[in-house]
Structure formats: C-alpha cells, structure tokens
Design a protein around this ligand. Sequence first.
Ligand code: SF4
Ligand code: SF3
Length: 556
Amino acid sequence: MTDAMFCFQCQEAAKGTGCTIKGVCGKDSELAALQDILLYMVKGVATLHLTARQNGLICEEAEMYIMNSLFATITNANFNKTVFYNRIREGLTWKTHIRQQLEEMGVDLNLSSLQHDAVTWYPRTDEDIASKWIKASVLATEQEDIRSLKELLTYGVKGMAAYAEHAAQLGYRDPEVHAFIDRALAATLEDQIAVDEWLSLIMTCGKYGVQVMSLLDQANTSTFGHPEITKVNIGVRQRPAILVSGHDLKDLEELLKQTEGTGIDVYTHSEMLPAHYYPAFKKYEHFVGNYGNAWWKQETELEMFNGPILFTTNCIVPTKKPYVNRMYTTGQAGYPGAVHIEERKAGEPKDFSMIIEHARRCEPPVQIEEGEIVGGFAHHTVLGLADQVLEAVQSGQIRKFFVMAGCDGRMKSREYYSDFAEQLPEDTVILTAGCAKYKYNKLPLGDIGGIPRILDAGQCNDSYSLAVIALKLKEALGLEDINELPISYNIAWYEQKAVIVLLALLHLGVKDIHLGPTLPAFLSPNVAKVLVEQFGIAGITTVEADMAAFLSHAEQ
Ligand code: SF4
Ligand code: SF3
C-alpha cells in the first residue's frame, strides 16, 4: 500500500491545505487510501445504479451499500481497515448484480457513461485494490477548481448519507435523496461538466440536504416524540455504567431497553446528549445524564468513565490508552481492537449483552463535574413559545439571535467561540445544535424574561430545527426575506455533516454565514470567491471585530 496520502475533507486538514503523511484525525496513509478507493468503487456502483434507475430499476440494497459506505468514510467514523477491504470487495457484488439486471433488460452496456474505469474496475486481489489509489485520490483531478467543486459536492453527499442512514434505521427513507446521491456521485466521474453545472449540482445538494434533515426530524420525532425542555444531569451516581457516544438514537433505545433492571446505568457523551430531550428516553430511570464534553476530550474523559463505551457513529479519537479494551463500535463506526456489535437481523434488536456483561465488571464512573444543563429547544418547543419569543423581539428585549451551531474540535483557535458567547450582549440569544455547543453550554449566560440565552435544538442534524424556527419567525414577522430576520450565523464546522448543513442553509437562501475556525481547505481560491460573492460567506477574525460587525448589521 502507498505511503502517500492526500485528504482535505475536514477542518483539521494539515496546514490548512491537506494531510499528506498522516491525518491529524489519526488516520494513516493506508486507511486514507482505502477510504479513497472505497469511494471510487462506490462511484462506480452509483453510476451503474443511475443507469438502472433511468431504466426503471431501483435496488434498495445497492442504495444502502452506497449510503453506508459514504457514511463510513466520514472523518473519525471508522478506523478499521478490514471493514474497508470488505466493503471494496462487496462493491464488486453490486456491480455484477446491477450489470446482470441491466443486461436482462436489454440495456446497452457500451454506453459511454459506463466506460469509466471506476465502473469497469474489478479488482481480484488486495494488491489490485491497493494499486488503485493514484486514480482514486482526490488529486487525480488536476484542475484545482474542478477538484474543489467535486469534493464540495462529495462531502455534502457524505453528510447527506449519514443523515439518511439514521432515518433508515428508524424505517424512514426518501427515494429522491438516494436518486440524488447516485446522480451526484456519477457526476464526479465526468470530465465535461462546466463550472455553472457544478454550482447548480451543489445547490441541488443543499435542497436534498434540507429534505434529508426534514426526513430525519420526522423519523426522530415520530419515533421518540418531540424534544422537550429538559434539565440534564452532568454528575454521576455510584453504579457501573455504559457510555454512549455518536448520533444513533435507535442504538441508544435498544441499549436502554436491554439494560433496564440490570443495575447498569447509561450515560451519553458528546453528540448523544440531546437524547435526553426526547420523551421516549425519559422514562428510563437508569438513563442518568451526560458525561463530559465534546468528542475531542475523549482521551481524558473515557479513561475516567471506567465502564464500556459504545460508539454508534463518529467522532472517535484514536487512542493507545487502556480504555481501548472498553471500546465497542456499531453501525458505521469502527476501530481496530474494539468489539463491533453486529447489525440487526430480521427485525430483532442488536445484541448488547456483551457490553452489558462488561459493564458489570467495571467500577462506577469518576465524577468530573456536577450540576445540570438545559436543552430541548427544537422547533416544536420554540414554536410553542412563539408568542413569548415574538414579544421579546418586538419589544426589543431580544435584539438578536446568533446561530452558533456546528461542530466542536481540538484546535485552540476554537476558544473564539467560548469568548464570542461570553462577550455577546445580554439582549442576544444563541441558537445552537451539534457538538459546537460544548464551547459555551456550561457558561452562566442567564435568560431573557424566562427564555434561556442558549437554546439548544439538539444534534447537528437538528440544525434543521433552527431553519424551521427561522422560517416561522419570518412568517410571523411578515418579512419577505429570511435575511431580514434579526439572526446572524456564526457557525463552527469540523466534518462533512457540517458541509451538508451549510449547503442546506444556502439552499434556504441564508446569506452572510460566517464559517470557522478556518474556511474549508477544499475550497480553491476561485470557488471560495464564488461563495463569498454569491452568498456572503466569510471566515472569522477576532471576537471583537466580528461582534462589532454582526451587531452593526442589527442596527441597520
Ligand atoms: Fe486530515 Fe481531516 Fe482528512 Fe483526517 S479527515 S486526514 S484530519 S483532512
Ligand atoms: Fe460533532 Fe463529530 Fe460535527 Fe455532529 S460529533 S457535530 S463533530
């Protein structure tokens, strides 16, 4: 396998340009190459499936393969090389299957769109697989702007696939989302797409981003109820416990059921915190609280937790600490050395007995903090408070809302977001979702006439809730344009789910989004220029300068 790598898909891309020796996330060159090669295989399968689709044939299993594989290549989701080798081989089965179906239907397999190497490639050995990296690498597209547009679309689609996967776990799917994923992946193999067409595909990606987040919102709320205003305990009690991280609520539900009455407690970590807001989970007395902070603090916090940890999705921090022996993964998450809990079989729940047995042998968690944090301000709750909120806006008690959604991360420059939250004037309210909230959700920012100054809607996918709130406010205030609202966007990003959230906001017409702590490395200067000119996208500078600029807009 190659020693070279090139990856610039996340905010931590080395030197702001790309990781070339080892990923800052901990991914080595072999894993990076395998992820690129899987993506290449998936693009081939999607192109074949697009042709099948155009001929009236849809294979939902192939769609699942594409979706799951995209999800597995998201930053920090899966570090297990064996999974990637297996997935690449599985792609061959799908290629053969779809080809056969096309042949039976009499479709001409000599179509030019089916002659791309990614479609015709049938590796026989692991060496064949490994030798494909040069062609599969993002650097294979030489023209920098086209590469940038292609990757912006690809990362948007990865984020879309992650949300589609969560919805699918709950039995919700949107055929249009899968059709778009095929179309987008097939486009990335084409050479003759003009810049305008790329931009239009990217905007369409935002449209389906809204659609997939709305689907997931529907899946979550109809399965688990509407999030409610909730005080979440951040302390511990003295019983052995399991920690659940990631975003998958179905996994959490099954684990809660299987641990009920066993004497084992369950806590959330990082992005699983918002699970406490759902009525369906409140009934579990052993669902104790949230332990710790955002994903990047794992190495200290998981060590102190003492019990087993279940990773349902990203973000995993590679570690050499002894708690590796307590790590479990499931779904698209994976880590070498961690036990992987297998998929559900024929309507049966996942079998968490091994992790439960493991918890019995462990000490209770060490307390790292105590108290409560408040959340549960998804669209249903906030719209229930609409009169109160509108009155506060109209009377000037609330001057401005700041959407500070997105991701947290380990870069020191992210302290900007804590400082920004702390320095916001007292007549402003933060709307948040995603793990970005950990930069300020324990600050005593108080409330405005009973409305907390930090309104947490939930996970990163619940950024959709923030869009719904904005659209409703616009309607209630009788405004023409979403940008006339007293809302500013100061968003932190890290991985590819943030890319689909961003594209969704652009699709909804939101302008002047500030994105930090750095702009994506995959935006070439020209592509960044287009985003600045057409959408007013900007980076961040200093808290003082940005605050002054945001608030001067408020006065206009
Ligand atoms: Fe680097 Fe991010 Fe890619 Fe990891 S995912 S290799 S940190 S750009
Ligand atoms: Fe966080 Fe990984 Fe993005 Fe889901 S858990 S927001 S970074």
